[in-house]
Design a protein around this ligand. Structure first.
Ligand SMILES: *Cc1c(COP(=O)(O)O)cnc(C)c1O
Ligand code: SF4
Length: 346
């Protein structure tokens, strides 16, 4: 068996198991793990230094997840799905949900209602419907493989999907969104990179949230991908108590550049149910962005974006487009229209 598959099998998947390694009472958390999936790879587990640290908070269930505040489908994605495996919001690009599981489960995940439940894993028929939809929709130039995490699929399954998409004449580029370089860097094998290389132009956006995730193993995984000619970007989520700090974000973005990964987006937390304890105010995010501008290279300055509720789409948050009235933010969009957004008061 491949080493990465073995490592995945050795993941911690219950709070009871975790209590064997750290001194805490797992009993109250059983209700959380029954509601949302739980998995930590050995690599990611080894990054935890103490209970409650930024790595722990990202992967260990928390009672606050049972708080029902928030929306089940915060981005209105279900309405934008012509077939169950495709989210088609912008004319020229579509998300293709090819996997129902991940190497590890993030407590702040916007799709936490879906990922990790076996019933949500796409069937072969649903994958075929997705490819047929993309093939029949000539406006789609950019296909984003997502999930779940596409890189937990076996090489052969992934290659079959890539080959089918690659041969659709109107598809110009393929992107993969994956947190595997962070949670399971051993998955980025030479064999995987050799296979991916055949489906250029290929972009991979990964998901580092904290400088402590920039391990030698993760750096080696990114180097293998970059050496295969895959363009690497990173999407960070701004998380209260984890990385909502100018020093931490600055260190993260500079460290990513050293790993040949360009910071692409800093996401404001959306309103997914069970994640509200991670949300910061937009004002905090803007302050962090402002702190980056001087000391950090333009290469390390991503767009700070918010995915507005109800399927309105991603909007860059720029101070010159925001007016504040109490806790309401009035955000002016590129087309001149405005939307209101209730910010957190910190
Ligand atoms: C974010 C997103 C994309 C990709 O958008 P880019 O800004 O091009 O990275 C595509 N479709 C949906 C539904 C999205 O949320
Ligand atoms: S890897 Fe991505 S899809 Fe999977 S749980 Fe984390 S944020 Fe969600």
């Amino acid at each position: 068996m491949d080493a990465w598959k073995q490592e995945l099998k050795e993941s911690v998947t219950s709070v009871a198991q975790l209590a064997g390694r750290f001194d805490f009472d797992p009993r109250p958390l059983i209700a959380v793990e029954q509601r949302y999936p739980f998995k930590i790879t050995p690599h990611y587990l080894s990054l935890i230094r103490e209970i409650g640290d930024p790595i722990w908070q990202q992967c260990v269930p928390d009672l606050r997840e049972l708080n029902d505040e928030g929306l089940v489908d915060p981005l209105g994605e279900e309405e934008l799905s012509p077939v169950p495996t495709v989210i088609h919001r912008y004319p020229d690009r579509a998300i293709f949900l090819v996997s129902g599981s991940c190497a590890g489960y993030c407590r702040f995940c916007t799709r936490k209602r879906k990922v990790g439940c076996p019933a949500m894993a796409p069937s072969f028929g649903e994958l075929r419907d997705g490819i047929d939809y993309i093939a029949a929709t000539p406006e789609i130039r950019d296909v984003i493989l997502s999930g779940g995490d596409p890189l937990v699929l076996p090489d052969m399954v992934l290659e079959d999907l890539l080959a089918r998409i690659h041969q659709i004449p109107h598809v110009e580029i393929i992107r993969i969104g994956s947190r595997v370089p962070v949670t399971l860097p051993s998955r980025i094998t030479d064999a995987l990179c050799t296979m991916l290389k055949k489906y250029q132009p290929l972009y991979l956006n990964t998901h580092f949230n904290h400088p402590r995730e920039l391990t030698p193993q993760a750096a080696a995984a990114c180097a293998r991908l970059a050496d295969a000619g895959i363009v690497l970007g990173n999407q960070t989520v701004l998380l209260r108590g984890v990385n909502d700090d100018p020093q931490i974000i600055g260190e993260l973005f500079r460290g990513l550049l050293k790993m040949r990964v360009r910071p692409y987006y800093l996401h404001h937390m959306d309103l997914a149910q069970g994640t509200s304890h991670f949300r910061t105010s937009v004002i905090t995010g803007l302050q962090i962005m402002a702190s980056l501008r001087g000391p950090v290279s333009g290469l390390a300055s991503p767009y700070y974006v918010i995915d507005l509720p109800g399927g309105k789409g991603k909007v860059p948050l720029l101070p010159q487009h925001i007016t504040r009235c109490g806790d309401m933010l009035v955000i002016r969009l590129a087309d001149g229209s405005v939307v209101e957004y209730r910010d957190l008061v910190e």
